[in-house]
Write a protein that binds this ligand. Sequence first.
Ligand SMILES: Nc1ncnc2c1ncn2[C@@H]1O[C@H](COP(=O)(O)OP(=O)(O)OP(=O)(O)O)[C@@H](O)[C@H]1O
Length: 244
Amino acid sequence: MRSEPSSQAPVLSARSLVASYGRNPALKGVSLQLGRGEILAVTGPSGSGKSTLLMCLAGVVRPDAGEVFYEERRISMESEAERSRLRRRDFGVLFQFGQLVPELTAIENVALPLLLDGSRRGAAMAAATTWLERFEVVGLARTRPTEMSGGQAQRVAVARAMVTEPQVLFADEPTGALDSLNGEQVMTQMSRVVREAGTSVVLVTHDARVAAYGDREIQLRDGQIDGYDGAVDAAHVVIGGEAS
Ligand SMILES: Nc1ncnc2c1ncn2[C@@H]1O[C@H](COP(=O)(O)OP(=O)(O)OP(=O)(O)O)[C@@H](O)[C@H]1O
């Protein structure tokens, strides 16, 4: 794994992010950069702030202080409506439990983000079929999530997260609910597909085997960056866009 971010302009960057829940601080000044097409693994123990960081980067949560830039946009300053449109069009989000809609079939679940964004039904279903094929679950197109295995459901969930062809995919413990074999299959497919698509990925995980799919790793501890690539090394902390 590389220890430094790519030299290209980052697709996403954060400067000195601070976030708390009431009086409980979750992030205490986190800065990072995500390179184009890069898979960045964010690791750290439970409660270290990984999910909060992901939500700030994805524009779900506004940080108390600090900034998040996507391309040229300072998204941490944007309105909820602007961030919501950004999340629909440019970002994909994937959680531990794929959170498929149980009443809908696999193909309807995957088509949903396109339909919500105004695509015609025929085009949305065709795109959904393509993405189900890429994750080798097209045979389940008419199946509902309750009739799928955990691994199958998660592959459908990744297809749904990718159907809008996002610039950035945010994945929070994407294999956390799976056994190691299924987890490995989902990660192998996901990393192949995102590399083919050129998607940048923020991959939150506490599992070193999952983090190994990343190009680079940052470790959080107690709301702060604690190290890179397994080595605790404050000298690599990126502050204000420059390596300090
Ligand atoms: N909704 C909430 N209300 C209050 N405190 C919260 C909330 N969500 C998170 N926290 C606190 O913020 C801190 C960071 O939590 P966060 O979920 O970001 O960590 P995490 O590294 O993702 O943990 P895990 O691996 O267990 O999911 C923790 O101290 C946690 O208790």
